[in-house]
Design a protein around this ligand. Sequence first.
Ligand SMILES: C[S@@+](CC[C@H](N)C(=O)[O-])C[C@H]1O[C@@H](n2cnc3c(N)ncnc32)[C@H](O)[C@@H]1O
Length: 240
Amino acid sequence: MENNLLYNDYELVVTADGSHSIRFSAIDEGYHSTHGAIKEAMHVYILPNLVLHIGRCHTIYVFEMGFGTGLNAYLTYLYAKAAGCRLHYTAVEAYPIPKEVYTRLNYAELCIDEIKTFYPTADFGTASADFMKLHTANWGEETHISDDFTLHKHHCAMQDICLPQNLYHTIYYDAFAPQFQPELWSKDIFEKLRQASSPQVILTTYCCKGDVKRALKASGYTIEKLPGPKGKREMLRATL
Ligand SMILES: C[S@@+](CC[C@H](N)C(=O)[O-])C[C@H]1O[C@@H](n2cnc3c(N)ncnc32)[C@H](O)[C@@H]1O
């Protein structure tokens, strides 16, 4: 993939739950399920992963492979805010989406509505403005999006990032599918993540391919299959 991607390389699409996603023309692949981007993100990353750490540690350390639209980061931010917990969010992204694209995403209010189904009385105040802050935060440095939420985005390839040891509680593995980027689903990559994982880590991914299961196991994770989001039979959760 090229590094100088243009506005034309991304097509904004509306998924079945009304939330936007992007189709990336270079590989003709979507960033999310057409059955619902927000619903998929909740099903794969927030509910079987982040939620299990709420109330268990002082600060939850999250790592995301593929910042993309910022949807997972924003849902995580809102959920943690509603639950009253402190969170540090690291994300890596090799091909940041252009401003012309992220300013058109309809997540700011829709994600608040989604989290309100879990925390009906939560007061989100001006949090909808913070979706844009996630995108405008500088790459390569920590940004305090709020008192309780620190974001550190890295503009580089997953293959090149150096990660701290024994830190992350939650890992969202949201790379494009193995048929497009097999190099991102290798034992080497998962070993790097295992070393960066705390003993309580939970890694979730939408992908349940045999090669991915084998690579996760070979790198030291224990895996379990969970029912997938709408349109997918299964997904994976890995722990140590
Ligand atoms: C399936 S999309 C998911 C994006 C994001 N999680 C979201 O919800 O919008 C995969 C993301 O991985 C990024 N990506 C592709 N190759 C990468 C690499 N080698 N290192 C880091 N990020 C990469 C893509 O640009 C894209 O943003």
